[in-house]
Write a protein that binds this ligand. Structure first.
Ligand SMILES: Nc1nc2c(ncn2[C@@H]2O[C@H](COP(=O)(O)OP(=O)(O)OP(=O)(O)O)[C@@H](O)[C@H]2O)c(=O)[nH]1
Length: 322
């Protein structure tokens, strides 16, 4: 069986530049076989009835990319694409899914964890969120726009040509407070280096906390956002039993609020680092590489959450220290 197809979710508020970026991706001569799903999908099923037998329209472009407009629910479309791939009708080795501007990327991401058969054939690589630099202030008053930022592995700033450098700087700081993990990159009318978009491995269990992750403290917020990040670090070893008890309880009580979380941890009596990461209530953990003999064994954990229960997280983490 061939290796799973990496999937990128492209999110961003209305008019943020998702289609512009995708057009660019579909036209460029990059030599990759990318399938793009443009998202007319709905769960209601109404579109499917109206459109009869053609819930998925697929077009292969000159550069080998595949453009796919779907009028059905995402799961069905993902299976249909696999059928056509397996029958040799189309060819692609990566997939990008455009979410509608008002969509929460979480259910789209969860599709790739929940469905066993889809999990064998697709692997979620990352969530990219476009942020319209010229309209971010208005967009970020909406909880859904903040959630799109909070879920992201990469934040892509569009329309920076319409604002000045100070505005971009202030916006970048605000976005960093919301999401401490995601690096921020500028996209000019859809133009951006492909390496910034693909093979991010945002959901892999590894010790990489994110390319943009910095432990630099961020300035105080002038606007209190609903979604925010909390970074905890310590050089004291953690007790694995207490830690897992705390995590279970936290997920039980606040799982729905925890958009993304990731930790690289120093566990008492263990020579390897423990890595864990999750999205909402779905999480996984694994042993990673050994700590080097001369390395400072520092545990770092980052939570991105809606109305983040900061005190509870701090107290639970503290109680798990030896
Ligand atoms: N000035 C400027 N305009 C941009 C840039 N990127 C996109 N646009 C414009 O912004 C408008 C919206 O872009 P789209 O790509 O349609 O945005 P979208 O996110 O797909 O929009 P929806 O699907 O409606 O949510 C278009 O008129 C684009 O030409 C940019 O970097 N600078």
């Amino acid at each position: 069986m061939s290796s799973p197809i990496p999937v990128t979710i492209l999110s961003g508020f209305l008019g943020a530049g998702k289609t512009t970026l995708l057009r660019h991706l579909l036209k460029a001569e990059h030599g990759l076989k990318i399938a793009v799903i443009e998202n007319e999908f709905s769960d209601a099923g109404i579109d499917t009835q109206l459109l009869g037998d053609e819930p998925v329209q697929v077009m292969t472009l000159a550069n080998g990319c595949v453009c796919c407009t779907i009028h059905t629910d995402l799961t069905k479309a993902l299976y249909l694409l696999l059928e056509r791939l397996d029958s040799g009708e189309i060819a692609f080795d990566r997939l990008v899914i455009e979410c509608t501007g008002l969509a929460d990327p979480a259910p789209v991401a969860q599709t790739f964890f929940i469905d066993e058969d889809l999990r064998k054939r697709y692997i979620l690589d990352g969530i990219l969120t476009l942020v319209d630099a010229a309209h971010a202030e208005i967009h970020l008053t909406q909880a859904i726009a903040q959630a799109q930022v909070g879920f992201a592995d990469r934040l892509l700033l569009s329309k920076t040509d319409l604002v000045d450098a100070a505005h971009v700087q202030a916006l970048s700081e605000r976005l960093t407070r919301i999401n401490r993990r995601a690096p921020i990159r500028v996209v000019e009318h859809g133009k951006i280096d492909l390496a910034e978009l693909l093979d991010i491995r945002g959901f892999n269990l590894n010790a990489d906390l994110g390319a943009g992750f910095s432990l630099r403290p961020v300035g105080k917020a002038s606007t209190a956002d609903r979604i925010s990040s909390l970074v905890l670090r310590t050089d004291k070893p953690l007790d694995i039993d207490k830690l897992s008890e705390f995590m279970n309880q936290l997920l039980e009580e606040h799982g729905k609020q925890l958009l993304r979380y990731k930790g690289v941890l120093n566990i008492a009596g263990e020579s390897r680092r423990l890595v864990f990461q999750g999205v909402l209530k779905l999480y996984g953990f694994d042993w990673d590489t050994e700590w080097a003999p001369d390395e400072a064994r520092e545990s770092v954990i980052v939570f991105i959450a809606d109305e983040l229960p900061e005190e509870k997280i701090r107290a639970g983490f503290e109680a798990a220290l030896l």
